[in-house]
Design a protein around this ligand. Structure first.
Ligand SMILES: Nc1ncnc2c1ncn2[C@@H]1O[C@H](COP(=O)(O)OP(=O)(O)OP(=O)(O)O)[C@@H](O)[C@H]1O
Length: 391
């Protein structure tokens, strides 16, 4: 048994930045989209708060880009409606073309024009009548000044305006693409996997820089990605797309720690899933009795824990033997075969032991195969009905 009680568990961290969706910037209601016989979006509902950051994450082909293109106004929905700032822009007979929606779009590869300089690329996005409205003449000097301003906004040296895209790194190219999209002063920015071509270090730095620019400019942002870690770190609202539907929408902490179903749990990160028996708010499994906040059913369930909730501890009540390990530098994944619970006996509610779980540990030397370990579980588990039709 674990020695945790629900009252001793850490309180969930609630993401501070979720803006109220009572005043949504974007409102998507029951949107469907078919391409020929293929049904790609099957009734999507999503609300994005003004100034908020939403990540749409999901496997390849689940419909993420299609949804973004509908929001941008590059495609019409077959049914449902899309509202921007309280005004219907698509559906129910309404239609506002893309160039009137005040929406910026940055694609995966940045899509810069290779034959134009950086400055010309950015200037391409400038709305010259907008420059005139701002008291600028819309001529060369005004354009040059605005391009320099936009380059500074994305933390690049204005001298770069003379270069061509092939003379820039991938991260710099993505920032130029962002500057070009920002040139029109969009109120909503759509980012379609803009960091996926960058290597790991540059990806994190560029993501952070882009997030800062958009945040400071107060631009509502939607990021599409298939990278769950990116979604969790970038956004204050994460929407998980699966098979043309949003399986769950919530703040990053909630969707990671309390996924709505097993597929979402496994998509968002590593998950330890064990057969368990739910009685009241306690699920008994090979790791002992684990508190569950809102059990969906009683009786047979599948219990989900994140690997970081299972700690190696000399006084831990659960026993197991290391099966094998995988060394990754800062951490090692450790596969452990669990021993039967001492009080399991012939009671059909208790698992018989022998389950293999995978956890992580920083010290590779204490996790050699065959080593006996004591384990402790921290925090709550999430229970899913063992019979998925009950979900
Ligand atoms: N213009 C189109 N014509 C026909 N089929 C399309 C069109 N656009 C998208 N599709 C199909 O719709 C499905 C969803 O595509 P979409 O690009 O929206 O998925 P995605 O989740 O963004 O995938 P990825 O992560 O691989 O970019 C795919 O099967 C795709 O082939």
């Amino acid at each position: 048994m674990t020695e945790q009680s629900p009252s001793s568990l850490p309180a969930p961290r609630i993401a501070p930045a979720i803006a109220s969706t009572t005043d949504p910037h974007l409102d998507i209601t029951d949107v469907t989209k078919n391409f020929g016989a293929q049904s790609v979006l099957k009734g999507v509902n999503l609300s994005v708060a003004k100034g908020g950051t939403t990540a749409i994450v999901g496997p390849s082909g689940s419909g993420k880009t299609t949804l973004l293109r509908l929001i941008a106004g590059f495609e019409h929905p077959d049914a449902g409606s899309i509202g921007l700032n309280g005004r219907q822009v698509a559906g129910n007979g309404a239609w506002q073309p893309a160039h009137k929606r005040k929406v910026g779009y940055v694609a995966q590869d940045g899509a810069l024009f290779p034959h134009l300089t950086v400055g010309q690329n950015i200037a391409f996005g400038l709305d010259r009548s907008g420059l005139r409205e701002s008291g600028l003449d819309g001529g060369r000097n005004a354009v040059r000044r605005r391009v320099a301003e936009l380059l500074e906004m994305v933390s690049l040296d204005p001298a770069m305006a003379k270069r061509r895209p092939h003379q820039l790194s991938g991260g710099q190219q993505q920032r130029i693409a962002l500057a070009r999209a920002l040139a029109r002063k969009p109120e909503l920015m759509l980012l379609d996997e803009p960091f996926s071509a960058l290597d790991a270090g540059l990806r994190v730095a560029t993501r952070r820089a882009v997030a800062n620019v958009l945040n400071e400019a107060g631009v509502t942002t939607i990021l599409v990605t298939h990278d769950q870690a990116e979604a969790l770190s970038f956004a204050d609202q994460v929407a998980i797309m699966r098979g043309g539907k949003l399986a769950q929408i919530g703040n990053p902490f909630v969707v990671y720690t309390r996924p709505a179903d097993r597929a979402t749990a496994e998509f968002l990160g590593d998950a330890v899933i064990l057969d368990a028996w739910m009685e009241g708010s306690l699920a008994t499994c090979a790791l002992g009795g684990i508190p569950v906040r809102r059990p969906p059913v009683q009786g047979a369930v599948q219990l989900m824990l994140r690997p970081e909730q299972i700690r190696i501890a000399p006084d831990g009540p659960i026993r197991g033997v290391v099966v094998d390990t995988d060394y990754f530098g800062p951490e090692t994944t450790v596969r452990i075969r669990l021993a039967p619970l001492p009080d399991a006996g012939a009671d059909h509610r208790f698992p018989g032991g022998g389950e293999v779980i995978t956890i992580r540990h920083w010290n590779a030397s204490i996790t050699k195969p065959g080593t006996e370990l004591c384990l402790r579980v921290v925090g709550e588990g999430v229970a899913f009905p063992a019979d998925p039709t009950q979900a």
